[in-house]
Design a protein around this ligand. Structure first.
Ligand code: MYR
Length: 185
């Protein structure tokens, strides 16, 4: 029997997207494995993953702003929502929720509802101390730095370390006024 033809363009794209997502997940896994082989300390692997993410984040912000067509955020709360609802959807295909705001609105948690980076991943005991998804904290830090927000991004919960969720704390350290690059005469 001949295989059924896809009913719509959407069906074709969703299977391509799934393959791309799997390829991305597997490639990321290979990078982490290589870093674990090359570097002696797990702590050093964490740093490298964060730095790789930062280097991606400082470039990815342009794509984010161009593709999302969103208007500039009025405050850090709006920025955090933008990362969770639009950024994660655009680049990872998942959404996240924003919780645990502190009193002055400068620190919150982003909790991932799904985490495609960890599909197929099981960490051996030798990897204790590894923040496998540390690339994500670097991406957020790098992207926000490009829109003049210095942040500290820290893993609070990590299911690969036995927690019940993936939770990133994002703390705004300072916000610089963004300068208009041209002189108005
Ligand atoms: C603004 O302040 O005007 C907009 C700032 C939006 C920042 C959004 C950064 C997106 C970062 C995407 C993270 C994706 C992680 C996979």
């Amino acid at each position: 029997m001949a295989p059924a033809a896809p009913r719509s363009g959407e069906a074709i794209f969703s299977s391509v997207d799934r393959v791309n997502a799997e390829l991305f997940t597997l490639t990321y896994g290979a990078i982490v494995r290589q870093l674990l082989n090359d570097l002696e300390e797990v702590e050093e692997v964490n740093k490298q993953l964060d730095q790789m993410g930062y280097n991606i984040g400082i470039r990815l912000i342009d794509e984010f702003l161009a593709k999302s067509n969103v208007s500039r955020c009025v405050d850090f709360k709006e920025t955090a929502d933008m990362i969770a609802k639009v950024g994660f959807k655009m680049f990872l295909g998942v959404t996240a929720s924003v919780t645990k705001w502190d009193a002055d609105g400068s620190c919150c948690s982003i909790v991932l509802e799904e985490n495609p980076l960890v599909d197929f991943v099981e960490l051996p005991d030798t990897c204790q101390g590894l923040y496998y998804c540390n690339i994500l904290s670097g991406v957020i830090r790098g992207a926000l730095e490009m829109v003049a927000m210095k942040t500290e991004v820290t893993w609070i919960r990590d299911m690969l370390r036995g927690d019940d969720a993936y939770e990133l704390q994002v703390k705004l350290l300072s916000q610089l006024p963004e300068e208009y690059p041209y002189k108005d005469d």
